[in-house]
Design a protein around this ligand. Structure first.
Ligand code: DAH
Length: 344
C-alpha cells in the first residue's frame, strides 16, 4: 500500500508539472483528490490492515494528499502569475493619449449681458425689480399715459389674452407697479429686466419675444442732466471709455421730454461707416423725464417729485458689443454660437 501511495504521488506530481492550462490542473485535482480517486480507494481498503499499520498508512495518505494539493496550488499560482504578466505586457496604457473632453456649460450670452447690466446699475444704487409677464391693460398702457384708443398703442402690436389682459409689450409697467408699491412718498431707484412680447414677424432684428431692461429714478429735483450722467456712465462701462453718447429728441407717451440715446460707432469713431449707416452713431435705448401724468397716476405729486426713465434691449446691446448679426441666435440654442461667449 505504501508503494501504491508513493507511486500515486509521483504520478500526480508529474501530471501537474506537465499541465499547461488551468483546466488540465482541475482535471488532475479531480482525478487524484476527488471522491472517486485512487487515494480515496486506498483508504477504503484500510479495513484489511492490521491495527499497527493503519495509522501509518493513514498518515502517509494524508501526506500524499497534501503534497499533491500543494503542487496543484503552486502550479496554479504560477500559471495565474504568468497570465497576469502576459496581460500587463500586452495591455499597456498609452499615457500620451489625449483625454476625453468633458463638456462644460456656461451662462447664456443674454443672461451674462443682463447680469452685467444689473451689476452696473446696482453699482449706481439701483435695486432690481420684477413684474408679471401677463399684465393688465391698465399697467401696460393706461398707467403709462396711454389711454384706450391712444394712437401710440399701435407702436407696440400686442398679444391680448382678454380685453383687459395681455402679454406685456415692454417692461415699463413695472415703473407703474413700483410707484404704487412705494406709495408716492419714497424716492425710487430701480431697474427691471424681463421678457416682453410683441406681435412681430421674426427676422434678423425682430422677435415676438425678447428682453428689456427698464429703469426708473424718482426723487426731488431730478433733472435731465442726471439722466444723461447715469446713461453716459452706463454706455462707457458697457462699451468702453472712448464711447460718446448723444441724446436725440423723440416721443414716448410716458416721458416728456423724450429722447433716444445713441452711442458713437466703435468701428469709425463717429466718422461714418456701413455699421452705423454713415451716421457715426448707433441707437441703443429710449428714455426721458417721467411724464407728470404718469407720476400722478403712480401717486407722486409732480410738483414735488420728478424722475427719469429708460428702456433698453439687452439683445441689441449684446449684438452691438459682440457683433452678433441675427437676434434669432439668442433663442435657437445652437451650442456653436453659445459656447463662443462662455467665460472660462
Ligand atoms: N417702453 C419703451 C419701448 O418698449 C422703451 C422706453 C422708452 C422705456 C422710454 C422707457 C422710456 O422707460 O422712458 O419701446
Amino acid at each position: 500500500m505504501k508503494e501504491r501511495l508513493q507511486e500515486l504521488q509521483t504520478e500526480a506530481i508529474e501530471k501537474v508539472e506537465k499541465a499547461t492550462t488551468l483546466t488540465d490542473l482541475q482535471d488532475v485535482r479531480v482525478a487524484y483528490l476527488g471522491k472517486k480517486g485512487p487515494i480515496t480507494e486506498v483508504l477504503r481498503g484500510m479495513g484489511k490492515l492490521s491495527k499497527e499499520e493503519r495509522p501509518v498508512i493513514g498518515e502517509l495518505a494524508n501526506k500524499v494528499r497534501e503534497a499533491i494539493a500543494s503542487a496543484l496550488d503552486a502550479k496554479k499560482a504560477d500559471m495565474e502569475k504568468a497570465e497576469l504578466e502576459k496581460k500587463l505586457a500586452t495591455e499597456t496604457i498609452d499615457v500620451t493619449l489625449p483625454g476625453r473632453p468633458i463638456p462644460v456649460g456656461g451662462p447664456h450670452l443674454l443672461t451674462s449681458i443682463v447680469e452685467e447690466i444689473e451689476d452696473l446699475f446696482i453699482g449706481m444704487g439701483f435695486e432690481i425689480k420684477e413684474g408679471p409677464e401677463v399684465e393688465t391693460d391698465y399697467y401696460n398702457f393706461e398707467a403709462l399715459n396711454l389711454p384706450k384708443g391712444h394712437p401710440a398703442r399701435d407702436m407696440q402690436d400686442s398679444f391680448y389674452i382678454t380685453e383687459e389682459l395681455l402679454l406685456r409689450t415692454h417692461t415699463s409697467p413695472v415703473q407703474a407697479r413700483t410707484m404704487k408699491e412705494y406709495g408716492g412718498s419714497k424716492p425710487v431707484r430701480m431697474i427691471c429686466p424681463g421678457k416682453v412680447y410683441r406681435r412681430d414677424t421674426d427676422d434678423a432684428t425682430h422677435s415676438h419675444q425678447f428682453t428689456q431692461v427698464e429703469g426708473l429714478l424718482i426723487d426731488k429735483n431730478v433733472r435731465m442732466s442726471d439722466l444723461k450722467g447715469v446713461l453716459n456712465r452706463f454706455a462707457k462701462e458697457m462699451f468702453g471709455e472712448e464711447r460718446e453718447i448723444r441724446l436725440r429728441p423723440s416721443f414716448f407717451p410716458f416721458t416728456e421730454p423724450s429722447v433716444e440715446m445713441d452711442i458713437s460707432c466703435k468701428v469709425c469713431h463717429g466718422e461714418g461707416c456701413s455699421v452705423c449707416k454713415r451716421t457715426g452713431w448707433i441707437e441703443i435705448l429710449g428714455a426721458g423725464m417721467v411724464h407728470p401724468n404718469v407720476l400722478e397716476m403712480g401717486g407722486y405729486d409732480p410738483n414735488v417729485y420728478s424722475g427719469f426713465a429708460f428702456g433698453m434691449g439687452p439683445e441689441r446691446i449684446a449684438m452691438l458689443k459682440y457683433g452678433v448679426d441675427d437676434i434669432r441666435h439668442f433663442y435657437t440654442n445652437d451650442v456653436r454660437f453659445l459656447k463662443q461667449y462662455h467665460k472660462v
